[in-house]
Design a protein around this ligand. Structure first.
Ligand code: GLP
Length: 252
């Protein structure tokens, strides 16, 4: 028992007194990276969690602290079955919260195209783009209530690369708050696989709110299993975890 404990490095969770301080710290890390590496490759997330971080990035851009002109971005995922331009597509989300407000080069922005006639071909295309870009420098991640990262849902095994996934009912229920009715939440998505996520040079995992406390604790201290995809992050050599008081409470 003692040996087991000793061999497992403890994941350091940075807990912030307020959401504003967390957002500022996370954005500061990203801005610092771009200042030292203007052509950095960023892996970007959606959902409620990163919105405040994107607001801080926009603020830094407006203060001329950073330029995104040469930055390359890859979004984790996209819903299947939403019309192009649907306000809840992740493409619309990214424009609304970040891309419309900064100087990012559209040619360097990548989001899976879930309107593609052949989704498997789109997955292969996305993986080829990721491979051509090299390693992601910083992967921003939220965590789902069931431990999903991107839309890699708990399963007996997980693919390395981009794939079409059937969304867990728990995930659809959690995301129903963004749609007019729960039935409108798509049943499928295209998601980046865990391969490129775990290959990222740095992973920045963000958790906010009391409803994330248990899954964050389980993911970072429990057994490593594809049944909790975020638990794979325990294997990452440069994992930074930022939580607010509520989500980080089990680590105090
Ligand atoms: C979403 C996204 C994930 C996100 C997670 C948590 O559906 N696909 O990338 O990290 O689920 O979402 P939220 O931040 O809204 O809690």
């Amino acid at each position: 028992m003692f040996m087991k404990e000793r061999m497992k490095p403890k994941v350091n969770v940075l807990t912030f007194p307020s959401e504003a301080e967390l957002n500022a710290a996370a954005a500061g890390l990203i801005v610092g990276l771009i200042q030292t590496k203007p052509d950095a490759v960023l892996g970007l997330a959606t959902g409620g969690t990163p919105i405040g971080i994107y607001e801080e990035l926009v603020a830094a851009y407006r203060k001329k602290l950073v330029s995104f002109r040469r930055v390359v971005t890859f979004n984790l995922d996209e819903y299947v079955g939403l019309a192009p331009g649907h306000p809840q597509s992740y493409r619309s989300y990214m424009r609304r919260h970040l891309f419309d407000h900064i100087d990012a080069d559209p040619a360097r922005i990548h989001i899976p195209d879930s309107t593609a006639a052949r989704p498997e071909e789109e997955c292969a295309r996305y993986d080829a783009l990721l491979a051509a870009a090299g390693r992601i420098d910083l992967q921003l991640l939220g965590i789902g209530h069931n431990g999903h990262i991107g839309f890699n849902e708990p399963d007996r095994s997980l693919p390395f690369g981009t794939h079409v996934v059937r969304l867990a009912e728990q995930t659809r229920a959690a995301n129903a708050r963004f749609f007019a009715s729960p039935e409108e939440v798509p049943t499928h998505a295209i998601t980046m696989g865990v391969g490129p996520i775990l290959h990222a040079r740095t992973v920045l995992l963000i958790a906010k709110g009391a409803d994330k406390a248990d899954i964050l604790y389980r993911a970072l201290t429990g057994e490593i299993t594809t049944e909790c995809p975020a638990s794979l992050l325990q294997l990452h050599p440069r994992l930074i975890v930022m939580a607010d008081q509520e989500a980080g409470r089990r680590f105090r």
